[in-house]
Design a protein around this ligand. Sequence first.
Ligand SMILES: Nc1ncnc2c1ncn2[C@@H]1O[C@H](COP(=O)(O)OP(=O)(O)OP(=O)(O)O)[C@@H](O)[C@H]1O
Ligand SMILES: [Mg+2]
Length: 615
Amino acid sequence: MKDFLIALKRFLPPYKKYLALSIVMNVLSALLNLVTFAIIKPILEVLFKTVDTTYQYMPYDFSSFGSIMNSMEALKNNFFWYVSVIMEKYDATMALVILATYLIGATILRTLAMYLAAYFMIPIRTGVVRDIRNMVNGKILSLPLAFFSEERKGDIIARISGDVNEIESSVMSSLDMMFKNPVMIIIYLVGMIVISWQLTLFVIVVLPFAGYIMGQIGKKLKKSSYIGQQQWGYLISLVEETLSGLRIIKAFNAESKISERFKASNDNFRSITESVFRRQQLAHPMSELLGTVTIAIVLVYGGSLILGNNSDITGSSFIVYLTVFYLLINPAKDLAKSVYSIQKGLASLDRVDKILKAESDINDPKNPQHVSFNTGIEYRDVWFRYNEEWVIKNVNLTIPKGKTVALVGQSGSGKSTMADLIPRFYDVKQGAIVIDGQDIRNFRLKDLRQLMGIVNQEAILFNDSFFNNIAFGVENATKEKVEEASRIANAHEFIIASENGYDTNIGDRGCKLSGGQRQRISIARAILKNPPLLILDEATSALDTESERLVQDALDRLMKNRTTFVIAHRLSTIRNADLICVLHEGEIVEQGAHNELIGKNGYYRQLYEMQFPNQ
Ligand SMILES: Nc1ncnc2c1ncn2[C@@H]1O[C@H](COP(=O)(O)OP(=O)(O)OP(=O)(O)O)[C@@H](O)[C@H]1O
Ligand SMILES: [Mg+2]
């Protein structure tokens, strides 16, 4: 229950107003309910002609606590006094008609209050889940890349969809129960005290027992529900993997293997949810049974008091008492049910919190420095590793402003990693990367990343039009600018040849394009941003020689007067670089201009001769 209150404190504050309105309506509806049932007593008395007491009007007095209790008594008395006045004035049938009219009137008001109570709960319910989804999405955008290499994508999707829905359907839908039922229980208890405090004292001793028994069964629910949601996340990640890997699955005839894996995991999910649901369903019969047992106990106890003439209440008051008590059992049962369902929702909240409460270690500094880019970028004694093994070892490298620096080396030598360190996708473990003498960790991430345009090894595109994919990082891009960038990237031709030109949708991740076309779109995107620093990681690797030459020409033009950090396998593309560095197992083993390095007879010459054996 403590967890539940903490969760409420986190998410409810913006909706305090609605909560207050809803609680007021609940109090109102419970009070009206009491009034409605209080009418039963005079009806019974009329029908069974058992009226033997005469009622006198009692004045109210609210001056002290004791007198307030007396006033409650007065309220009850005056109500019956009023009914007896009616009965004296008219005949019994007429009195019944008047009472029935009261009943209808009170019920109309009561149901209206009930509806309004639920009405004011709805903005809270929908608002809180909206807030949670926004928070998760915002957090996903702010967490460093490293967080996601540890997580399955599908599981994260499951958290923002399935788990947030679970929170809505269990915690939020129970919210009105959690506020309504205690209010109703208290009001009914007060009503019962007014009718007979003796009997009510007895009830107050019996009820907590029943509550305790219910609580014990609910305890395990949260844990098994957590495991269930975890399994659901795994299931979604399998679907996600299947969708993105369909081509390979089919090519390798792995359908049955994938299908088996899914079925096993699906069965597992089923058996967990089966036990969760069974336990949850236990809430209903258990509360039903416990409710009836308590009523039976009260019936025997109260009945024997009346039969033995030991009590202040009459038979008809006792029936009203039992009715009110029965009214109380219902919200008590609902309360028990909501407690169960909340346990389930809290398990989902825990899973969502794994994202919401994840610490990001790549953040903006407290006192951000102004970003300038006048002299260049420098790697100073940089060390980096993803896990145990060092991937970048003691690298020192300067990229002077306006120059083109190329990085070559075997696959896995750490080239992409080197590039990822500049926009702080990852932070260096030792040493520093410095721009104009300032550690890049002193800049705001946004300012730092504003400096650079990046073309990745894999073109990253969105399910949107050509235009929007190219204009992605630039606000208010004009059609002319986008076209100009596409021309430079040698993409204009195939774009206008497509069905709707620049408005053509390119499919999920650009799946409707060829690999080379995708690359040209992402080059156009970087060109349009027109950044002072360009980072090209194998930007032209998927192009044929002819397109590559065209794009390379464009890039050469672009790279003039611009700082470029270029990674390439094909050495022909980096021949003109001002400086070429050879990375070998995370260390820079050679650097210099092309001719210099060829003259050295070392790593570079070896790489070059492998690619151009005839020269
Ligand atoms: N997210 C990651 N988590 C753990 N290890 C990684 C991660 N990314 C890369 N590595 C490891 O770091 C090393 C360097 O990888 P990197 O991608 O920088 O190589 P590369 O030089 O760009 O290779 P290629 O030419 O094939 O693109 C590799 O051994 C790789 O296994
Ligand atoms: Mg790479």
